[in-house]
Design a protein around this ligand. Sequence first.
Ligand code: FES
Ligand SMILES: [Fe+2]
Length: 383
Amino acid sequence: MSDARELAGRALAHFNNGTTDLAPEQLRIPIDAYTNEARYEAERQTVFFESPIAIALSLELPEAGDFQTQTVMGVPLLLTRDRDMKAHCFINVCRHRGAKVCLQEKGHQTRFSCPYHAWTYSNQGELIGIYGEDSFGEVDRATMGLTELTCEERAGVIFACLTPGHAFNIDDWLGEFAEKLADQKLANWHLYTERCLDGSGWKATMDGYLEVYHHDSVHGKTVGPHTVGNLLVHDTWGAHQRMAFARKNIQELNDRRPESWDNPESFIRVVHSVFPNLSISAILGGQCLVGFIFPGETSTTTVTRQLILSAGAPTTEDEQTAVETFSQMTLQAVRDEDYALVATVQGGLGSGANDNFLIGRNEPAVQHYHREIESLMKASRRA
Ligand code: FES
Ligand SMILES: [Fe+2]
């Protein structure tokens, strides 16, 4: 049975029974987990600097010679795709005296000349040119290439570890979730637009991505009318999660035998949540919302790089209108609804009203995310 058919079947059963997937118990999370700065720094270090995190989508660097720069949690990065189509992630800092090597946001070029004293690097990171080398003195080029971070690409996503010298095994990290991600065929989509959103603290922000309990109340004018509130189909693969929601039309499936469900994906919405920082929400009609969520310098802020994808580049006015409408709707849902609401959570964290938050049985993905952080922290303390 296809995944979509199975998910639609499970969603339909919940719809008919008024149920949802449940965690075995509620979970109490101490407020400390959201507010303690020392804890935050330790978690940010282990979870976001010493683990693989999602940095970009493969489709952002479609061709050999493409590059992109970003500053991720204070680290300037240069992502390139070399002639063998291998993706690289370098620290975008010159090895001479530390200037930012590439100042453009994206483009197509295979060598990068530092604007300060014109040392030049290839898109594989080698130091290939030293201006005035005779007078500068000898340089061991082999050890003076751009600092490269471990970078792996799977299922249309480029992962890197922000700590130089830290390796990871992406296949172990993703496990069988890699197949679920690959099914999304992310590399085939078209990047329509991207933007950065400032948000409240990391955990309060992430919690909002991991439940459907709030959809009716918060998203009454945007995504709420299209999905059934408080109905979640939930699966995990290691730390990674998949959430399926029922669309309001799901009851139509009651009139058909499962064997004749030829487009089960049009009755559900599926979100893939790649631990710890990537949310991929493929929407019927050829649109997809992608969020890379990065914790800020303190526990009180995040930055989200939000990408809007369309199945193909819009060619007609109708297609252009459809994707622009989707883009505006998701901006409203995420920035003006989710993030505005979460700002009130953030504002109250220090109020003393709660010693802990009670996470419901109907919020299993929120529970799972917090547990996975704990277990990663435990593992790192043992290591
Ligand atoms: S800092 Fe880049 S060449 Fe001097
Ligand atoms: Fe939301």
